[in-house]
Design a protein around this ligand. Structure first.
Ligand SMILES: *Cc1c(COP(=O)(O)O)cnc(C)c1O
Length: 343
């Protein structure tokens, strides 16, 4: 398959936010162009699109709540955890997606951070030790952002079973790339919630569409907190078209996988430490001049993410692994920049 990938967009090559660097499927654009005047005038009906999402995630009716981006789902999970509970806390495993702390703060939860192990391995024992009765919500990310690392098999079940009164939210924003999900565990663990987004693999970041997936009993407290028309009609139509075009996602996941391998080869050849990633990005320890390298890349119109201030990520940058051609452009620039720095 071949899609036009000339998306040298607004600000050059955007490899800093894990977006789909090819954009959305052409079928999504066609669906947006087909929107009629009445479509924009009437409040949207979500029944058909919710059913389509339930089929996509292979869960029964009532198990998917679509949200205005996964970010909205992360917010209502925090609000549900905080509701009516003085002194409740959210547990965040560092290095973490920044939204978790923001959501906890917005909901009035205090946040307890689990510091990273030196190899950034998943700290199950430390999480269990920190998950006291005060902790009402645990945010997990599988695969992790910014590390790209998987949560080891069995750890999520263990945690959900050990803390049945705590919401365990597993953010699977990159599940299309990892090919793994804990959705099959949801029936058994009623405190487990899976978060998904169509922003990354499906390329709908600007349309804002995500989902919470769980047993309906687990979703009920979050549904009470959502406004009735959280998704606009463009997001609804775009998602319908995206879910009908699995080939596009498969193609993009393939591009990302090849790009990851290119990044690994490049980093290995230069003895730069990196973490093998199950997501569409790679975290690499380029050194204490990470910030300067990021700036030099930006000066060439290629944005990569300085993560050197994230816990456990000293000297690290995160680079999106998307369209292969974009990765080659990135690596050519990085090679030049490292060379001028004597490396
Ligand atoms: C990108 C990302 C999200 C945000 O998803 P939206 O649907 O754009 O709100 C959530 N979690 C993680 C870990 C992400 O990287």
């Amino acid at each position: 398959m071949n899609y036009a990938t000339a998306s040298s967009s607004r600000a050059g090559l955007r490899l800093h936010l894990n977006e789909n660097t090819a954009g959305c499927s052409p079928a999504v654009l066609a669906a947006l162009r087909a929107i009629e005047p009445q479509d924009t005038a009437f409040y949207p009906d979500y029944s058909a699109i919710t059913a389509a999402a339930e089929r996509w995630f292979d869960v029964p009716a009532g198990w998917v709540q679509l949200t205005n981006g996964l970010d909205e789902g992360l917010h209502v999970a925090a609000q549900a955890a905080a509701r009516g509970r003085q002194g409740a806390a959210a547990l965040i495993v560092d290095p973490a997606f920044e939204m978790y702390a923001a959501c906890a703060d917005a909901a009035g939860l205090s946040d307890i951070h689990i510091p990273p192990a030196s190899d950034l391995a998943f700290p199950l024992e430390a999480i269990l030790a920190a998950a006291t009765s005060q902790v009402r919500l645990i945010y997990l990310t599988d695969p992790g952002n910014p590390t790209g690392l998987p949560i080891p098999a069995g750890a999520i079940e263990h945690l959900a079973a050990a803390r049945p009164d705590t919401i365990v939210l597993v953010d699977e924003a990159y599940a299309e790339f990892s090919g793994r999900t804990v959705i099959p565990l949801l029936d058994q663990h009623r405190n487990l919630i899976v978060g998904r987004t169509f922003a990354k693999a499906h390329g709908l970041a600007a349309l804002r569409v995500g989902a919470l997936i769980a047993h309906p009993e687990a979703l009920a407290p979050m549904r009470r907190l959502l406004p009735p028309y959280s998704l606009n009609i463009c997001a609804v139509r775009a998602l319908a078209a995206a879910l009908n075009d699995r080939d596009y996602v498969d193609w993009y996941v393939g591009q990302s996988r090849t790009s990851r391998d290119l990044l690994y080869d490049f980093l290995r050849a230069r003895q730069i430490t990196f973490w093998p990633s199950e997501a569409n990005f790679v975290l690499a320890r380029v050194g204490d001049d990470a910030q300067d390298i990021v700036a030099a890349m930006a000066a060439r119109g290629i944005l990569i993410r300085d993560r050197s201030n994230a816990p456990g990520c000293r000297g690290c940058v995160r680079i999106t692994a998307g369209v292969v051609d974009h990765t080659r452009q990135c690596l050519a620039a990085l090679e030049d920049i490292l060379a001028t720095r004597g490396r």
